[in-house]
Design a protein. Structure first.
Length: 259
């Protein structure tokens, strides 16, 4: 008899753990399990920290939502065609997101994949240079050519011409300085001109771009410093995730019967 009483007492203590109600709204229960799931979602998706304050906020949020949902259902809003469509779209979005997360969980981006991609990118970038460049930008070709002649004949310095005649407000006041950058930062015509010049050289002819006419000088060159693996690991990981998901979506499309 004593053992039976002890078992009954243990069951009475254990039972609420599985179906504990933290609040009721018009007879509708909000369980501890639902609160736990909501908190887990916030922690996983938004980086929130599980705490008593967060749980209190979640509880109040769930109560407020349930009150509003019940009011909407009572008013028949859930039966409206436009609301049904929105609910359907929301359901699809949740399912798609969950499907993609499930795929990545089963097909994780390993450190080996990330390292291999890093090595390939680094190999592709090997030997590339960045240039320390300055330029003078003017509206017409004749003005540009006249300035080139004056600079070569040492009637005016590049710095003086840039400050006096350049219509580029950003670099003009600084003697045309654009600083260090790879040529990928520039429009194609400008980039080609920069790559054709050696250290200390200035263009013999004006270079035309969508911005106007340029006189370009390459002050110096140096190899591009490639970032370390740890610096770019997050970006490469995300890029590989997107690639994996893109390929998975293509597989799904190919396997589907679409008419």
């Amino acid at each position: 008899m004593k053992r039976l009483v002890m078992f009954a007492a243990a069951f009475a203590i254990a039972a609420p753990v599985y179906a504990q109600t933290v609040a009721t709204v018009n007879g509708k229960a909000i369980t501890q399990k639902q609160v736990d799931q909501f908190v887990s979602l916030l922690v996983a998706q938004q980086g929130a920290k599980d705490s008593p304050d967060l749980r209190a906020q979640v509880k109040q949020e769930m109560i407020g939502r349930l009150v509003a949902v019940q009011a909407a259902e009572k008013a028949g809003i859930d039966k409206r065609a436009d609301v049904k469509q929105e609910l359907d779209i929301a359901r699809q979005s949740i399912l798609v997101r969950a499907l993609m997360a499930d795929y990545l969980k089963k097909n994780p981006i390993t450190d080996e994949k990330i390292q291999a991609d890093y090595d390939n990118i680094k190999k592709e970038q090997a030997g590339r240079l960045e240039y320390k460049v300055r330029h003078i930008l003017v509206k017409d070709e004749k003005t540009a050519q006249d300035l080139i002649t004056q600079i070569k004949n040492k009637k005016i310095t590049f710095d003086e011409a840039a400050k006096k005649d350049s219509i580029d407000p950003g670099s003009g006041k600084n003697g045309g300085e654009l600083g260090w950058a790879p040529t990928s930062n520039y429009v194609p015509e400008f980039a080609q001109a920069v790559e054709s010049l050696k250290k200390g050289q200035t263009t013999d002819k004006p270079v035309h771009t969508q911005f106007g006419w340029h006189i370009i000088e390459v002050e110096d060159t140096r190899p591009i410093k490639f970032p370390s693996f740890e610096e770019v690991k997050p970006q490469i990981t995300e890029m590989l995730r997107q690639q994996e998901l893109g390929e998975y979506q293509q597989q799904l499309m190919k396997a589907a019967t679409i008419k």
